[in-house]
Design a protein around this ligand. Structure first.
Ligand code: SF4
Ligand code: SF4
Length: 293
């Protein structure tokens, strides 16, 4: 079972559209994982029907039992994170500010404070519109620790792939280079970097590849809208050659790329021309590269 992770140094490069197309092309051979939990939008293209839904708990926050609290303010005085305030003459905790240190629980004279696990989001196992299985998640508003939720989504996808003898896990990774993308990359068989020819695109590609290199992973690159700036495209290709990154494809600018999204379809469902052909060829190429890896 091979784990293919699609990432980009930043959002807006077309990463999710490309990943969703691979998900359609792989069909029943793959389990799909949307690890871009901070801005999950693969469901818009894969139209998943939820079969299983669970809360995701991570970290703890203080909670005040109003029936025991005497409003003495001792807890508010010791909290360094300004997480305790008085609302309607009652002390209460702002869980978004609470760091879960537990100091207030220790000093409360009437044991009115307890530390409680935080429900920071939900994760799901679903059937996509084409019938393959997708693991995805939704992070709660203001919730942190998305790296842990990414790890949960990935581990569930791995378990399902193993139990059902699937050839691939196709992962829509988080953008950027922070903790969530590190979680997306861990254990990957192959990384697909999606970029676009702008100076910031090249800069972000280099930053993302630094991370890929640290994990000692093999990688390939898809240049989206290569023809909008052929000078930068040349610089990107030069960088790929220098770093021995496979140049998988250069996709031309094509309105159908965004039109497909507007209609809630993947490129390979919506387009019938060159764009579709290039994505189909890219998926074949990636399968070959992964096989020989
Ligand atoms: S220390 Fe305890 S009793 Fe005092 S305000 Fe805080 S929760 Fe209420
Ligand atoms: S657990 Fe720590 S951060 Fe949270 S309210 Fe209590 S003292 Fe403040």
């Amino acid at each position: 079972m091979k784990e293919i992770v699609v990432i980009s140094g930043k959002g807006g490069t077309g990463k999710t559209s490309v990943t969703a197309s691979f998900a359609v092309l792989a069909g029943d051979d793959a389990i799909i994982a949307d690890c871009d939990v901070d801005a999950a939008d693969m469901h818009l293209l894969m139209n998943p029907e939820i079969e299983k839904s669970e809360n995701f708990f991570s970290g703890v926050a203080a909670k005040i039992d109003e029936n025991k609290c005497t409003n003495c303010s001792i807890c508010a005085d010791v909290c360094r994170f300004n997480a305790i305030s008085v609302i309607n003459n009652q002390h209460s905790i702002n869980s978004l500010n609470c760091e879960g240190c537990g100091y207030c629980e220790k000093v409360c004279p009437v044991e009115a404070i307890s530390m409680q696990e935080q429900n920071v989001g939900d994760w799901y196992i679903s059937k996509t519109k084409i019938g393959n299985t997708m693991v995805h998640a939704k992070l709660g508003i203001g919730a942190e620790n998305s790296g842990k939720l990414v790890a949960k989504v990935k581990n569930e996808a791995k378990r399902l792939a193993k139990d059902n003898n699937k050839d691939y896990i196709i992962i829509d990774g988080s953008p950027g280079i922070g903790c969530p993308v590190v979680s997306s990359l861990s254990g990957a068989s192959y990384v697909v970097l999606v970029t676009e020819p702008s100076l910031s695109g090249l800069h972000d590609l280099k930053r993302a590849y630094t991370l890929v290199k640290k994990f000692n992973l093999k990688a390939g690159c898809i240049i989206n809208k290569y023809d909008i700036n052929t000078d930068v495209t040349k610089d990107i290709i030069k960088f790929l050659n220098e770093e021995s990154i496979n140049h998988i494809a250069s996709l031309p600018y094509d309105e159908n790329f965004t039109k497909a999204m507007t209609f809630g379809q993947t490129i390979v469902e919506y387009d019938t021309g060159v764009l579709k052909e290039l994505i189909v060829d890219s998926w074949k190429h990636i399968k070959e590269l992964v096989k020989s890896n």
